[in-house]
Ligand binder design. Structure first.
Ligand SMILES: Cc1cc2nc3c(=O)[nH]c(=O)nc-3n(C[C@H](O)[C@H](O)[C@H](O)COP(=O)(O)OP(=O)(O)OC[C@H]3O[C@@H](n4cnc5c(N)ncnc54)[C@H](O)[C@@H]3O)c2cc1C
Length: 359
């Protein structure tokens, strides 16, 4: 197996590394001031969630008109977007059970519902809203559709940025609670076919989880670097740095092995998506989601612990990541949902009956 970086990516790496070390890392200390510090730099690369996932579904499912109106400015970084699916009163883990409704009235969709944890809603130009359009459909997975809603449409109200771990954030780095009340948008704003909401959501989530895992591995690597720097530089007594302690050495070895294992699992899942498609690779995608989210948590925790009191201050980015990335085990499907899905597929292949009693 060839683990080398493809040449067209390898050619880009020096420029990406220079960008991160020269432009991004100097801003780390200012992260607690808010993401607005980083936003101008991030807009240059424009590969952040949820925009990148929205661009992918507009690219795959959008009409020529939708692409011209929304995909082009999104891809150019001129506008931002958000994805509005989860509801406060309904279990996000079972998205087939959703309260938001969209009904056709003449040439308009009329949307009513309440969403929350719509990341980056503040400042977004559009939301892609998941709503039930066929409540009576036999197959629950054909009941919902995705509809493009400009955020300035009458009836769309951003109620608040939800405080998360003590911070409500702002702009791209916020999670909005949104009321959709009698919101009218043109019929042509339907994304893909009516009832295709879950098909599109799955298409979005496959590569989306790869992207999240790549970001988490990036954070792991940065936390690992800080852990190692601390191990070498913090003297516990004259001439005796922290890294001489066996426990710290164990954390470093375990972290290195876990990050590398996570990275290989993600590369493998990406390779399977390329080769067999996202549906065939669904267990691989589920596995990276919970493996990498937990690796992130462990590596960050060790790095914080090795920094002592400094670790829980905002003088390093570690505490900020620890607060903000706790959500990694919840969003894009909680770990338990992915674990249950993987286990079910394994056991069904060995004869476990499904919930309805069939094989
Ligand atoms: C930081 C962050 C950003 C988010 N961004 C967005 C966004 O941009 N757009 C959007 O629409 N949503 C977003 N979400 C919402 C996210 O998708 C939901 O929180 C997630 O799907 C879980 O739904 P829920 O919160 O309703 O939890 P629930 O469905 O109520 O589940 C609660 C808990 O029950 C347990 N559980 C659930 N199912 C099972 C099972 N089968 N087996 C065992 N245990 C189980 C899990 O521990 C789970 O955490 C975001 C969430 C977070 C935290």
């Amino acid at each position: 197996m060839d683990f080398s970086t493809p040449s067209r990516v390898a050619d880009l790496l020096p420029a990406i590394r220079a960008f991160v070390t020269e432009r991004i890392q100097p801003l780390e200390k200012r992260m607690p001031e808010g993401w607005s510090v980083l936003e101008p730099e991030l807009e240059r690369i424009h590969c952040q969630a949820p925009d990148v996932g929205n661009m992918e579904i507009l690219h795959e499912f959008g009409t020529a008109e939708q692409k011209r109106t929304w995909l082009e400015p999104l891809a150019a970084g001129r506008i931002r977007s958000c994805f509005s699916m989860t509801e406060p009163a309904m279990p996000g883990s079972n998205p087939a059970w959703m309260a938001t409704r969209a009904r056709l009235d003449g040439d308009s969709w009329v949307i009513d519902g309440r969403k929350w944890f719509t990341t980056a809603a503040e400042g977004a130009r559009i939301a892609i809203v998941m709503a039930v359009t066929d409540p009576e459909a036999q197959n629950v997975y054909t009941r919902a559709s995705q509809i493009i809603v400009p955020m300035d449409t009458p009836g769309v109200r951003l109620l608040r940025n939800i405080p998360v771990m003590g911070e409500a954030g702002g702009g791209w780095a916020s999670h909005g609670e949104i009321a959709y009340e009698d919101v009218r948008v043109p019929r042509a704003n339907l994304l893909g076919d009516q009832g295709a909401g879950f098909v599109i959501a799955q298409a979005r989530l496959g590569p989306g989880r790869i992207h999240h895992c790549m970001r988490w591995i990036g954070i792991c690597q940065r936390a690992f670097d800080l852990l190692c720097e601390r191990a070498v530089s913090r003297e516990m007594s004259p001439g005796r740095p922290l890294g001489l302690k066996g426990t710290i050495q164990q954390w470093i070895a375990e972290s290195r092995a876990e990050i590398d294992a996570a990275r290989l699992l993600v590369l493998h899942a990406a390779w399977r998506i390329d080769r067999d498609g996202a549906h065939a690779a669904r267990d691989d995608i589920s596995m990276i989601k919970f493996v990498v989210a937990n690796t992130l948590f462990r590596v960050l925790d060790r790095a914080i612990q090795a920094h002592g009191a400094l670790g829980i201050t905002d003088d390093t980015p570690l505490a900020w990541w620890f607060r903000h990335e706790r959500g990694a085990r919840i969003y894009d499907g909680p770990d338990e949902v992915h674990q249950a899905a993987v286990a079910r597929h394994i056991l069904r292949a060995r004869g476990l009956p499904d919930r309805r009693g069939g094989a």
